[in-house]
Structures are given as C-alpha cells and as structure tokens.
Design a protein around this ligand. Sequence first.
Ligand SMILES: Cc1cc2nc3c(=O)[nH]c(=O)nc-3n(C[C@H](O)[C@H](O)[C@H](O)COP(=O)(O)O)c2cc1C
Length: 178
Amino acid sequence: MSAMVDVGPNADRSPQPGTGVEVGLFKEAMTRFPSGVTIVTTRDEEGRPHGFTASAFSSVSADPPMILTCLDKTARCHDAFLAAQRFSLAFLRPEHWDLARRFASKVEDKFDATFTTDPYGLARLPDALAYLVCEMEQQVPAGDHTILIGRVISVTLGEGDPAVFYSRNLRHLRDLQR
Ligand SMILES: Cc1cc2nc3c(=O)[nH]c(=O)nc-3n(C[C@H](O)[C@H](O)[C@H](O)COP(=O)(O)O)c2cc1C
C-alpha cells in the first residue's frame, strides 16, 4: 500500500476537493522542483532583440526535435514572441547568473556586447551550455502564460556546468548536495 509522505507543517494546506488550490501553496510547491535556467530571445520586425529568463522549459519531441517554454502574458516581450517566426534558447551556466538576473528584470536594454548575432539574426550567447534556434511551431494560451512550442532547427553545444534554479535561488549543482 502506498502512503502519502508528510514533508512538514505546510505539507497539505489544500482545501476540499473541487474548491481549487491556493496560489501561494502552488508557487511554494514549484520552488521544490529544481530546473535549469535559460535565456530566450527573439527579434521583432524592426530587428530589435527581445528576451527573458525562463526556467519553464521542456523537451517535447525527439523526432522532429521540439521544445517548449512558457511566457507570462504580462511580460513586455510577450507580443514580440507572439509575432515571431523564430526564437532561440541559451542554456545558462553559473557564470551567467548576472545575465539571468538582467533578463528577469525590467531594464530597458538587456543585450550587451556579450551577445553575438547568429545566422538567423537572433542574439546568441556564445558561451552557453547549449544554444538552440527554433521555428515557432505552436502558441498555446494556458492560464496566465502562453506556451511557446518550437521546432529546433539548429543546435550548438558548449562546455561547463548548468545553472540551477531551486528554492527561489540560482545555484551551482554542488549547492544541491547535502
Ligand atoms: C530564474 C528565473 C526563471 C524565470 N522563469 C520564467 C519563465 O519560465 N517564464 C516567464 O514568463 N518568466 C520567467 N521569469 C521571469 C521573467 O524572466 C521576467 O518576468 C522578465 O522580465 C520578463 O520579460 P520582460 O522584461 O519582457 O517583461 C523567470 C525569472 C527568473 C529569475
């Protein structure tokens, strides 16, 4: 027989079935899921780059290669991504924490000389752990986010350790070991 594991005093603040889950509790649960960190970029019709830090990433399909990321509908870059034919994702390393914070902020110009331009005209982070270019395949409205599904048309591999987002902090893999 399987048993529910009680993980602390806040373990079950769920209301009765059918009455919904408190947003704060849901967010708290999400902090317990470690993920990698990416910077997602695109460019608009005028050629201006747009980008945001995203931990919401998943591989979707191997053949054809497809991935997804989720973008908050209130993000300033949301409309640029909705109109985009292509977008890119860079998998970050711990050396990129400042960049991760900048792309999660509301600063006007997030891009600097760290970035180069790839053959598709997208801003590329040259020393990313991996760099993917995607054709926009599907955009799925989902609650307060839009799921961007991309077909991967280019992959560049880098070297190093991954940046990890866990318990509301950017971390090194070794920080996760107890
Ligand atoms: C580690 C980390 C992960 C994040 N993941 C996401 C994400 O997956 N989706 C999202 O929409 N925003 C995410 N954010 C917040 C966005 O990066 C932030 O709201 C960004 O400024 C939005 O872009 P804007 O300047 O165009 O509004 C994350 C922030 C951090 C620090």
